[in-house]
Ligand binder design. Structure first.
Ligand SMILES: C[S@@+](CC[C@H](N)C(=O)[O-])C[C@H]1O[C@@H](n2cnc3c(N)ncnc32)[C@H](O)[C@@H]1O
Length: 200
């Protein structure tokens, strides 16, 4: 269990300390009324930023497998009287309960996707993301480049944009955007890529 800056509990490193969430959210061009999901929200700092700094009026989902993260998001919701926040404890590849088919405009996963490779649940995760996203919605994945560098997950857990494109194509999703110059400055260059998919 980690203790991120906002005091919420998280199962893994919060990206708040080393990624610029405004840089990430800026890629999404949110207009404020979308149904947005922070999938694998951890400490929830991205969902909270969308609600607070972007004055989001649409529904925001915060989803995580770690019950303590979701408990802390529930406390945040109640203490701040945030009506448009829905927190769900779920193992994404197993299905996100309570989320209807084709109901989400934008799903964002920051430093989450490599975990599906580690648990060998890549196809299941992509199928679930494909299920929940609207026909004209987008799935945005930001993750560590598939480099053998010290910071981040082991190299064998990482996927390249080409790997992801193959996986998503199999589920009828096409790549609509790729930024390979995003994230933290490390000696090798920018640490991350951000890739987006939509239904064909
Ligand atoms: C490295 S943290 C990143 C958290 C947050 N997205 C951020 O950028 O700070 C990965 C998060 O994904 C969650 N996670 C991992 N596997 C998951 C799964 N199968 N379903 C839902 N959440 C998962 C973990 O519990 C953890 O909170």
């Amino acid at each position: 269990m980690m203790m991120p800056e906002n005091g919420h509990r998280a199962h893994g490193f919060s990206s708040a300390a080393f990624l610029d969430s405004d840089e990430i959210l800026g890629e999404l061009n949110l207009n404020g009324d979308e149904t947005f999901m922070d999938a694998g929200c951890g400490d929830g700092h991205i969902a909270i930023k969308v609600l607070e700094d972007y004055n989001h009026k649409g529904t925001v989902y915060a989803v995580d497998i770690y019950d303590a993260s979701i408990d802390d998001m529930e406390t945040y919701k109640q203490e701040n009287d945030v009506e448009n926040l829905i927190n769900i404890e779920a193992d994404i590849p197993e299905g996100i309960p309570g989320v209807e088919d084709e109901s989400i405009d934008v799903v964002l996963l920051v430093n989450v996707f490599h975990g599906f490779k580690a648990s060998r649940k890549l196809d299941e995760a992509v199928m679930e993301l494909a299920r929940i996203v609207k026909k004209d919605g987008k799935i945005a994945i930001m993750d560590y480049k598939a480099w053998d560098v010290p910071k981040g997950p082991p190299t064998k857990m990482r996927s390249s944009p080409t790997d992801l494109e193959e996986l998503f194509n199999k589920q009828g999703l096409k790549m609509t955007y790729l930024n390979e110059e995003i994230g933290e400055d490390i000696p090798e260059g920018k640490s991350h890529f951000l890739i987006m998919f939509e239904k064909e």
